[in-house]
Design a protein around this ligand. Structure first.
Ligand SMILES: NC(=O)c1ccc[n+]([C@@H]2O[C@H](COP(=O)([O-])OP(=O)(O)OC[C@H]3O[C@@H](n4cnc5c(N)ncnc54)[C@H](OP(=O)(O)O)[C@@H]3O)[C@@H](O)[C@H]2O)c1
Length: 273
């Protein structure tokens, strides 16, 4: 379970454990530890596994990601762990290269190619803006079909536990296109707080992120995604949740309500932590 403590990975782990299935978390904090930057940790993490959920960190569009996930897939196949479920990104050329590199390993592969995660607002780099009441992004008005990480986890678990998903590629999106401004409106409604979306230029966004101490590599990655990938190419719905699970994906409004009910958007709770 690579990335097993991340946004999608921890949900996959919870579901597998609920089914009493044995799970090994493959991350730097796992036992044994797994580090993408230290290949000597890979074989011990793979040993004895039946299948691998492959979620790369930080992003498949990061430098060296394609080569790294390709090498991991080759080692998995050579270690008699050919069953891989790869978390990929929609409309990212590098993610498609990574898919090809993993496929070239000869793995029994399921590709989970996902839209933007709704949970970026509650568990990642957009949370600070939500808590502060202003989400400033160079997102313009390009709509995105945000997908719920719970749906990604449901599809990943189906793929990890059922061989019928071998050879499939699922395009996972939510059921609705929303601009970032509309997504922020949904969160404001769910929290009954005044939270607004502020459109900014790429340069303004990068300067503000650097000022807040965001590492240069992370700023590069995020600005790349907004500049190159969020250009309308992904502004259509995918049918992956329905194809894989036979049900409709969760709507963003439901995500926003559940996240608000968990208290994650409550600035007082953050201040007390
Ligand atoms: N966010 C989106 O909207 C989106 C959309 C489509 C696709 N994706 C893809 O989703 C993937 C990320 O998945 P996610 O959001 O579920 O994960 P995530 O929340 O970014 O989680 C990070 C995970 O990676 C582990 N990790 C961090 N550095 C590591 C290292 N050097 N070696 C090993 N593990 C490391 C962390 O655990 P430790 O700290 O314990 O190491 C944690 O388990 C990326 O490949 C991205 O391309 C993201």
């Amino acid at each position: 379970m690579l990335g097993g403590t991340g946004k999608t990975g921890r949900r996959v782990v919870r579901r597998l454990r609920d089914r009493q299935l044995p799970v090994r978390v493959g991350s730097r904090s796992g036992t044994p530890p797994f580090d993408w930057e230290d290949r000597s940790t890979w074989a011990p993490a793979l040993r004895g596994a039946g299948s691998v959920y492959l979620s790369y960190h930080p992003d498949l569009a990061a430098p060296r990601a394609v080569e790294t996930v390709g090498a991991l897939a080759e080692l998995a196949v050579a270690s008699a762990v050919p069953r891989l479920v790869l978390l990929s990104g929609r409309g990212e050329p590098e993610a498609e290269e990574a898919e090809q590199a993993v496929r070239a390993s000869g793995a029994e592969l399921t590709i989970v190619r996902s839209a933007w995660f709704a949970q970026n607002f509650s568990e990642d780099f957009l949370l600070d803006g939500v808590l502060g009441g202003v989400v400033a992004l160079p997102a313009g008005d390009t709509p995105e079909p945000f997908v719920d990480a719970d749906d990604i986890a449901d599809v990943a678990v189906a793929a990890l536990t059922d061989d019928r998903h071998i050879g499939r590629r699922y395009e996972l999106t939510g059921p609705r296109l929303l601009t970032f401004a509309e997504a922020v409106e949904e969160i404001a409604r769910a929290t009954a707080r005044d939270i607004r979306f502020l459109p900014v230029s790429i340069e303004e966004y990068a300067a503000a992120a650097e000022q807040h101490g965001v590492p240069a590599a992370a700023v590069d990655l995020i600005t790349y995604l907004f500049r190159e990938v969020l250009d309308g190419r992904n502004a259509h719905l995918g049918d992956g949740v329905r194809r894989a699970l036979g049900r409709e994906p969760r709507d963003f409004a439901r995500y926003a309500r559940d996240a608000a009910a968990s208290g994650v958007f409550d600035p007082d709770r953050r201040a007390a932590a």
